[in-house]
Design a protein. Structure first.
Length: 296
């Protein structure tokens, strides 16, 4: 904790990131969900090493250009923070730390929970689009698959349910749940586990094959509340991977408990700190990129 201040490498590093993130998120509160998602997508592929920020090259397609990442937003926030830090203390603060801090600061800005962000990560130099689908939990995953993917990252079922709560903010494209509305078993039917009235409502928002429209993941787009879990308990989990949290007795109990802010918020904070430690590079590993889109 407080690596840059304690080592006197860049004592104002965290304050600089927070100031810039708040400026952006206050202008556009939907960026909080975007930055949170970017941090999640980074950590689950190659660890929390900012590999998600690297551009593709002539010889390699980077993570950010993989299909699940094409809708990511907020790169300009990270770049602005990086530019400010390079002016204040050049070649000192990693893009990986900036992204980790930005996720926390953005959620804080919309009155969500805060959490500890240990710093001192270094940046990775490898980013392959082919690694993304192998590591990110798909939106159509069942509980067994989700549990396995999270376990591979050192995260347990409690973390799985808590981190899924990040879906209390943000959008999803209609394409991600199209089959649940129009062709769940290949016979033109809806997913029977989805509340029929909610399914009918979603069909008014999303026509079959719609690749453009987005809908909120719950009824409060930028409110960091527990409505996501309440929706799941009412069989209104938007994505199949959300509904999957009801598949076991243990996970269903955790979802029910998470409808209480006093339980959800501190557990989300603990799980975010834990996630931010996945396969980090430290000391002489990796590098400190001068620009987040390029390897030095």
């Amino acid at each position: 904790m407080g690596y840059y201040k304690c080592t006197r490498k860049c004592v104002n590093a965290e304050a600089i990131v927070k100031k810039i993130v708040r400026q952006y998120v206050k202008r556009d509160p939907t960026l909080a969900a975007s930055l949170l998602r970017m941090h999640f997508h980074d950590c689950f592929v190659m660890g929390c090493d900012a590999s998600i920020l690297l551009n593709s090259t002539k010889t390699s397609i980077a993570e950010r250009d993989a299909l699940p990442n094409l809708s990511l937003r907020g790169f300009e926030v990270i770049n602005a923070a990086k530019a400010a830090l390079e002016a204040a203390c050049p070649k000192t603060v990693s893009c990986a730390d900036i992204l980790s801090l930005a996720a926390r600061d953005s959620v804080e800005t919309i009155y969500g929970p805060s959490w500890d962000v240990p710093t001192g990560r270094r940046d990775g130099i490898i980013s392959n689009a082919s690694d993304v689908l192998l590591n990110l939990p798909p939106f159509f995953a069942n509980f067994t698959t989700l549990k396995s993917i999270f376990a591979a990252k050192g995260l347990n079922v409690i973390d799985l349910v808590a981190l899924s709560g990040g879906h209390t903010i943000g959008f999803s494209h209609c394409a991600a749940f199209d089959a649940r509305l129009y062709n769940f078993t290949g016979k033109g039917d809806a997913d029977p586990s989805l509340d029929p009235a909610y399914a009918a409502h979603l069909r008014t928002k999303c026509k079959h094959g719609d690749l453009v429209t987005k809908v909120p993941l719950d009824d409060t787009l930028t409110g960091f509340d527990t409505n996501y879990y309440k929706f799941i308990m009412q069989n209104k989990g938007l994505l199949q991977s959300d509904a999957a949290l009801l598949e076991t007795r243990r996970s269903r109990f955790l979802v029910e408990q998470s409808t209480k802010p006093s339980i959800f918020r501190p557990q989300f904070a603990r799980s975010m700190t834990k996630m931010g430690r996945i396969e980090v590079l430290v000391e002489k590993q990796g590098q400190i990129r001068s620009r987040c889109e390029f390897v030095n």
